[in-house]
Design a protein. Sequence first.
Length: 214
Amino acid sequence: MIVDLEDVRDALGRGEAVVLPNPAPLTHVVTATTPAAVNAAKGRPVDQAVAVWAHSPDVLAEIISATTLEPAAAALAHRLLGDEHVTLLVPTSPGVPGWLAPATRDAWTLLFGARWTPVRPVLDPFPLLYVSSANRTGHPPVASTADALAMFPPGTPVLDLADSSRAEPVRRATTTLRLHPGGGLDLHRRGAQDHQHRDATAYLEHLRSRYPES
C-alpha cells in the first residue's frame, strides 16, 4: 500500500518492513529495525544475511571501529558509502557486536550506503536499520512504486516519491565492492554505479583516480 513519510516512520516503529525508493539509477530497498522483518518481507529464511544501512554517522563509526581497516582504508569506506552510494563489504574483527552479526559472514560485513535526502526524515529516527534489495526471492529488485505494489504482499508499506514529470532512467541494484584492510578494492557484484564503465578494471581504475588520497 502507498504510504507517506509519517506512515513509514510509524511502521518502522512497530517493527514492520517498509519499501523505500532510492535516487536514480538505483532500485528500491526493503528495510526494517530487525533482519527478521526484512527477510520475512522478501519471503526468505529469517536468518538470511542482510546489510546494515550505514546512514547514521554514529553507527558507521561503531562499525568502522569493529573492522580491520587501516586509517586510509577507513576514510575510503566513508567516501564510497557517502559519495558513491555503493554497497560495501568491509573486513571485521572476530566477535563483532551482536547487532552486526546479521550482516556479517566469514568476517565480512555488508553495508548499504545510499542516503537520499527525501527519505532522511524516515531514516534519522532509526539509526540502526537492516536493509536488502526490494524483491521477493527469485525476482529482480523493483524499480518503481507500481512494481513494488505488485510484488510485495498487500499491506506492505511502500513510500512513493516518484516525479511523474521526469523521464525515468533504467534502474539497477547497487554495485557491491569489497574493501580490503589496506585499501584494495574488488568488484563483488556489478550494478548501477559501474554500469557505464567498460568492465570491472575500468571502474576500479575510475575509483582509484577519484580517491587517490585514500
